[in-house]
Design a protein around this ligand. Structure first.
Ligand SMILES: Nc1ncnc2c1ncn2[C@@H]1O[C@H](COP(=O)(O)OP(=O)(O)OP(=O)(O)O)[C@@H](O)[C@H]1O
Ligand SMILES: [Mg+2]
Length: 332
C-alpha cells in the first residue's frame, strides 16, 4: 500500500542531539495524522524533512510514494507547509503575500490573482485583503499562513503547531478549515502539543518523545493503552485529602495525582474501584465523589512519558525560521 505520508527509520542528528532517532510513521490518503510530542520531541525536524527543507541522516521519508531526497522537486509540487512560525511578510498585504507565492510557483498572473482572492475569501480575510499583515491579529495571520500553504493546491499538507497561541475561537475556526480540506481529499500531518487537538482532528496519532516513537494508534486505542479510565475520588472533608490520597496511591500502585480537592488514579484493573471503596470505608473517610471516566490524552501522555506535554512556555522560538514557505516554493 502506498501511503500519502510515510517515514521508515527516519533519523536526524544536530551535533550531540538526536532530534529523530529512528521514527516510523504512515498516513493514509485523505486522513489526518497527529504527530504529538513535547518541546524538543522532534516534530518540526520531521516536518522539515518531509517538506524537503533538510535531509535525513538515515532512513527514508516518502510523500505519495516519492522519496523526499531523491525526488525533492516532485515532492515540493505535492506538499504545502504551514510552519511553526508565521511565514508571511508583515509589510505586504494579505493579497500581496498570496500573489508573491503564486509568482514563485510560476502561476500565470491572472490565475494567481483569482487563487489569492478565492483563498482570502474562504479564510474570512476578504475585508482585510488590502491591509498590511502587521495590522492583522494572531488568528488572522495564522489563517493567512494556512492560505499561503494552499496557493499551489497541495494534496498533502504539513501543519506544524498551526494553532499554538490562538484563542479557543480562532483555534476552532482553524480546525473547521482543516476538516474542510480533508473532506476534499487532502492528507495532513499535524503536529501539536494540544492533546485535545490531536484527539479532535486526527484519525491516527503518533506520539514521539526525544526523537523516538513512544506510542501510536487511534485516539481511542491510545486511551485504552494506558488503562483508558481514570478513577476520581473527592473526600467530603478537606482534611481527609492527604490520607485518602495515600490510600488510593497504595491501592492503585500507579501514578496518582491531586488536582484541587480531587484525587485521580489511572485504572488498569477493574478490581481497583471496589478495592479503593473498601479501604476508604475501612479508614472512615467519607467520599463526596467517586467516578470512573475516560482518560484524557493529557493523562495518556503523562502515563507514557512520565511528564506532561507542556505548551511552549517561553513563547520564544528556539530556532526562528520564517522562510519555510519561500524555500519550499522557490526551489520547486
Ligand atoms: N538546526 C538545529 N540545530 C541544532 N539543534 C537543533 C536544530 N533543530 C532542532 N534541533 C534540536 O533537535 C531537537 C528536536 O527539535 P524540534 O524542533 O524538531 O522539536 P519540536 O518537537 O518541534 O519542539 P517544539 O514543540 O518546541 O517545536 C531539539 O533538541 C532541538 O533543540
Ligand atoms: Mg517544533
Amino acid at each position: 500500500m502506498t501511503y500519502a505520508i510515510q517515514a521508515d527509520g527516519l533519523a536526524k542528528r544536530f551535533k550531540e542531539t538526536r532530534a529523530l532517532d529512528g521514527v516510523d510513521l504512515a498516513a493514509r490518503t485523505g486522513t489526518v495524522l497527529g504527530l504529538l510530542g513535547p518541546n524538543g520531541a522532534g516534530k518540526t525536524t520531521a516536518v522539515r524533512i518531509f517538506a524537503t527543507l533538510i535531509q535525513p541522516d538515515a532512513g527514508r521519508a516518502l510523500v505519495a510514494g516519492h522519496d523526499v531526497v531523491r525526488e525533492a522537486g516532485l515532492v515540493r509540487s505535492l506538499v504545502g507547509l504551514t510552519g511553526q512560525y508565521a511565514a508571511v511578510d508583515e509589510n505586504l498585504t494579505g493579497t500581496e503575500n498570496l500573489l508573491l507565492i503564486g509568482r514563485l510557483l510560476a502561476m500565470p498572473r491572472r490565475d494567481a490573482r483569482a487563487r489569492a482572492a478565492e483563498l482570502l475569501d474562504r479564510f474570512g480575510l476578504a475585508d482585510a485583503a488590502g491591509r498590511a499583515v502587521k495590522t492583522y491579529s494572531g488568528g488572522m495571520r495564522r489563517r493567512l499562513d494556512l492560505a499561503a500553504s494552499l496557493v499551489g493546491r497541495p494534496s498533502i499538507l504539513f501543519l506544524d503547531e498551526p494553532t499554538t497561541g490562538l484563542d479557543p475561537r480562532s483555534r476552532g475556526e482553524l480546525w473547521d478549515m482543516l476538516r474542510g480540506l480533508v473532506a476534499e481529499g487532502v492528507t495532513a500531518l499535524l503536529t501539536t502539543q494540544y492533546l485535545n487537538e490531536a484527539d479532535t482532528l486526527a484519525d491516527d496519532i503518533v506520539v514521539i518523545d526525544r526523537g523516538r516513537v513512544i506510542a501510536e494508534g487511534t485516539p481511542d486505542e491510545l486511551k485504552s493503552q494506558v488503562g483508558g479510565q481514570v478513577l476520581q475520588v473527592r473526600p467530603v472533608r478537606a482534611h481527609d485529602l492527604a490520607g485518602a490520597h495515600a490510600l488510593v496511591a497504595e491501592t492503585a500502585g500507579t501514578q496518582t495525582q491531586i488536582e484541587g480537592d480531587v484525587i485521580t488514579a489511572p485504572v488498569n484493573d477493574p478490581e481497583l474501584m471496589p478495592a479503593v471503596v473498601r479501604r476508604l470505608d475501612g479508614a472512615g473517610i467519607a467520599v463526596g465523589e467517586l467516578t470512573l471516566r475516560r482518560s484524557s490524552l493529557d493523562e495518556v501522555f503523562l502515563a507514557l512519558t512520565g511528564h506532561r506535554a507542556e505548551p511552549d512556555s517561553s513563547g520564544e522560538p528556539a530556532e526562528p525560521d520564517d522562510s519555510d514557505i519561500e524555500k519550499v516554493v522557490s526551489s520547486a
